[in-house]
Design a protein around this ligand. Structure first.
Ligand code: G
Ligand code: G
Ligand code: MN
Ligand code: NA
Length: 254
């Protein structure tokens, strides 16, 4: 079904769309970026959860088509996003780690930037891993080439699964997205704070900016801000939604 939907070459016509979720600065609640997220309403099967279609797409080699659609749409939407927030903001786009070992990613990124006119300095590629990166040397080369264009690289889901400390040794990244399991101060406050504080210290040493994921409650936001985390993302600040539903979120009061 997914192959049929993508075979047409126009994912939007097959029910794909792009949602955006704000990434917020803890200190003043300002939205500094949005993450673009693929959504699919199949004309045949109805709403398909992204975890489902992304993993199917990765196993069947179709994920590049989805990633490129989201990349193109997000770059095109950058002008509207700047109008909504009153200033240019960063746009995060997910890239399957499998693509770092394949040809064509650099061309896709350069092409999407050229067609949209979006400056490379506003684009952040989030490397999302579901399997171990096959060849870390090739991946590091691709990442370096992308960074040479002025694009920034984020390591997604850091601290869970395959996204471990060793990746920071091998890959030159600009941003780390702290996985929500580490930021859950509601369940294990002392351990979560210690883990977040330690990752922040490492990232500060490496000149890497940290975004805390899964900020659902004011207590998580305050704990992360307290340990010095600059940026956060989660349902507290805004659910992923279509472009027209984006608005400035407000930080909860102390
Ligand atoms: O948006 P949501 O949390 O429901 O997404 C589920 C998973 O799908 C997340 O891990 C997210 O990174 C991934 N995902 C969402 N959109 C894209 C996309 O455009 N490309 C890739 N490769 N992964 C995506
Ligand atoms: O893996 P990645 O970081 O790309 O996944 C992003 C997805 O995480 C979003 O698409 C969204 O569906 C989900 N998400 C965003 N904020 C929250 C949150 O506060 N709590 C939970 N459980 N999921 C979230
Ligand atoms: Mn992501
Ligand atoms: Na994540």
């Amino acid at each position: 079904l997914l192959a049929e939907a993508l075979a047409v070459g126009r994912p939007a016509a097959a029910g794909f769309e792009v949602f955006y979720q704000p990434i917020v600065r803890f200190s003043d609640g300002a939205t500094v970026a949005v993450e673009a997220l693929a959504r699919w309403t199949s004309p045949v099967a109805g709403t398909v959860h992204p975890d489902v279609f992304v993993s199917v797409a990765e196993r069947t080699g179709l994920v590049a088509a989805i990633d490129d659609f989201v990349l193109g749409q997000a770059c095109t939407d950058a002008t509207t996003l700047a109008a909504i927030y009153g200033r240019p903001i960063d746009v995060h786009v997910n890239v399957s780690a499998a693509r770092l070992g394949q040809a064509g990613l650099e061309e896709s990124v350069v092409g999407a930037l050229a067609r949209s006119g979006m400056p490379a300095s506003r684009l952040v590629l989030e490397i999302t891993e579901t399997r171990r990166i096959q060849d870390i040397t090739i991946a590091a080369t691709v990442v370096s080439r992308l960074r040479a264009h002025g694009v920034r690289i984020a390591l997604d889901d850091f601290g869970s699964g395959y996204n471990a400390l060793a990746q920071l040794h091998s890959l030159p990244v600009d941003i780390v997205k702290l996985d929500s399991t580490l930021t859950d101060v509601d369940i294990a406050p002392d351990r979560a704070e210690a883990l977040c504080r330690s990752v922040l210290a490492i990232c500060t040493d490496l000149n890497i900016v940290v975004v805390a994921e899964g900020i659902e409650t004011p207590s998580r936001a305050h704990a992360l801000a307290r340990v010095g985390c600059p940026l956060g993302q989660g349902y507290l600040f805004g659910q992923p939604g279509p472009l027209h539903r984006l608005q400035q979120p407000t930080l909860p009061s102390q």
